[in-house]
Design a protein around this ligand. Structure first.
Ligand code: PRP
Ligand code: ORO
Length: 234
């Protein structure tokens, strides 16, 4: 069946499934939801895959510069999976567009502050007074992104946008635990609260559109059921 996705998204999906990065089964998420699919960015570790993901991010970022006027000084990757992303994306941006982008820097946090040597919990460029672009693998409930924004603001940086590989488009977990009611997405709430855009290479809708050529009918059905249960209203 011909894919309903633009070619670059279909290619990205194929790279992710072939590399075992996008998997189907039963996975517990940070939010405790049990998901029939999982995106493990830790598996982008070969030269070829690391090159493919940093290239996809770099193009999404340059697109946001052209179409949405995105401007930033530092690419920030939250620990842990954001760290190799931030460094490889920074290198890739400098290679693709040296005239504009070889002066940008990267930076990342430690999950626990270091109490000797240089100390602190930020590694890489100083965030003070800088425009920060957060890059990360996935957005689900936005918890990790909120923690990153808080750390960056404490260091005097200003977050201007977030780019993720996959937006799972899920509604936020309900405060009363009743997930049957409609609810807003993590990305939508971060946009509203912090006034920043959230860009993604692919979304859950894209995954489902591309699944017929990369997954079984049973996995597609379970993923559609998960979307029907948890998809955000916005
Ligand atoms: O809460 P959200 O912002 O929606 O994102 C879900 C995040 O949870 C995971 O990171 P985790 O904190 O488990 O750390 P890791 O990068 O060390 O795997 C995952 O890598 C996403 O970044
Ligand atoms: O929400 C999460 O915890 C999560 C989802 C996903 O697809 N991949 C991941 O690394 N974490």
């Amino acid at each position: 069946m011909a894919s309903q996705l633009p070619e670059y998204k279909q290619k990205f999906l194929e790279v992710c499934t072939a590399g075992g990065i996008l998997k189907f089964g039963n996975f517990e998420l940070k939010s405790k939801r049990i998901s029939p699919y999982f995106f493990n960015a830790g598996l982008f570790h070969t030269a070829r895959l690391a090159g493919a993901i940093s290239d996809a991010f770099a193009h999404a970022i340059m697109n946001a510069q052209k179409e949405d006027g995105l401007e930033f000084d530092i690419v920030f990757g939250p620990a842990y999976k954001g760290i190799p992303l931030a460094s490889s994306i920074t290198v890739k941006l400098g290679e693709i567009e040296p005239a504009n982008l070889d002066t940008i820097s990267y930076s990342f946090d430690r999950k626990e502050a270091k109490d000797h040597g240089e100390g602190g919990n930020i590694v890489g460029a100083s965030l003070k007074g800088k425009k920060i672009l957060i890059v990360d693998d996935v957005i689900t409930a936005g918890t990790a992104k909120r923690e990153a924004i808080e750390k960056i603001e404490q260091e005097g940086g200003k977050v201007v946008a977030i780019v993720v590989a996959l937006d799972r488009q899920e509604k936020l977990p309900a405060a009363d635990g009743d997930d049957s009611k409609p609810g807003p997405s993590a990305a939508g709430e971060l946009r509203k609260e912090f006034g920043i855009p959230i860009f993604s290479i692919i979304t859950l809708d894209d995954v489902i559109k591309g699944m017929p050529s990369v997954a079984s009918e049973e996995d597609l059905k379970r993923t559609e059921e998960y979307r029907a249960k948890y998809r955000a209203a916005d």
